[in-house]
Design a protein around this ligand. Structure first.
Ligand code: DAT
Ligand code: MG
Length: 140
């Protein structure tokens, strides 16, 4: 296994409920290190561009509106097998299907307002990290 980096977003439903610290604790407890972090408020154009891969899906408009509704915390997480490990800590997209102890099981409100985003492959991690951060902002 290699040390990887992955892009995480703590979504509006979670920042609004002041859950940032509790969510970061779950990353850290799983051995993931926060190597970059910022709080931003996405414009509709930025949210739309980030989720462009979903633009044909029926929930795209709702997703873009939600992601720009409140600030988010975007972070780069680093660790052994970080991409898959983060997806495990997040839990399934639908909180009703998520395993006990996962972020989405503990905090998500619905399939749409599901508290966190995480890259799903090395290619998406590289693209998503570059979307939000310059190399100078990554402090390993
Ligand atoms: P994930 O975030 O687990 O990678 P995804 O990439 O399939 O899931 O979808 C991106 C986001 O879109 C997801 O986190 C929440 C929203 N979404 C997905 N399926 C949905 C649905 N059936 N109804 C409403 N929102 C949905
Ligand atoms: Mg996804």
């Amino acid at each position: 296994m290699a040390v990887e980096r992955t892009l995480s977003i703590i979504k509006p439903d979670a920042t609004k409920r002041n859950l940032t610290g509790k969510i970061v604790s779950k990353f850290e407890d799983a051995g993931l290190r926060v190597v970059a972090s910022k709080r931003i408020h996405l414009s509709p154009a930025q949210a739309g561009a980030f989720y462009a891969e979903h633009k044909e899906r029926p929930f795209y408009g709702e997703l873009v509106e939600f992601m720009g509704s409140e600030p988010v915390v975007v972070q780069v997480l680093e660790g052994e097998n970080a991409i898959a490990k983060n997806r495990e800590v997040m839990g399934a997209t639908d909180p009703a299907q998520a395993d006990a102890g996962t972020i989405r099981k503990d905090f998500a409100l619905s399939k749409g307002e599901n508290s966190v985003h995480g890259s799903d492959s090395p290619e998406s991690a590289a693209r998503e990290i570059a979307f939000f951060f310059s190399g100078l902002e990554l402090v390993g």
